[in-house]
Design a binder for this molecule. Structure first.
Ligand code: FES
Length: 101
């Protein structure tokens, strides 16, 4: 179920992160990809302004929320990276729709 990030697949896909193109290992979750990149802060809570990072990696804690392809509040640990995916970190209040909260 889990594997080490330093043992990530060699094949890469390009995604857009906050407007910059980055290459990440193919076939892993978006949350794992952002951890692999060392992205910090991962997100900032809307009310308290607290920094958050993926915690459970199985869809329970909601600490991995991100805007993915224009839809906010998506759990990045439940989404596999795909070439051309557009990702924005949620730093405070999320823009766009709220399909998961
Ligand atoms: S890391 Fe907990 S829901 Fe994604």
């Amino acid at each position: 179920m889990f594997r080490r990030l330093d043992d990530a697949p060699a094949q890469r896909v390009e995604i857009e992160l906050d407007g910059a193109r980055v290459a990440v290992p193919a076939g892993i979750s978006l949350a794992a990809a952002l951890l692999w990149l060392g992205v910090a802060p991962y997100r900032i809570t809307a009310l308290g302004g607290a920094p958050r990072a993926p915690y459970c990696m199985m869809g329970v804690c909601f600490d991995c929320l991100a805007e993915i392809d224009g839809r906010s509040n998506r759990r990045a640990c439940q989404v596999t990276v795909a070439a051309g995916m557009r990702v924005r970190r949620q730093l405070g209040t999320a823009a766009g729709d709220a399909d998961e909260t």
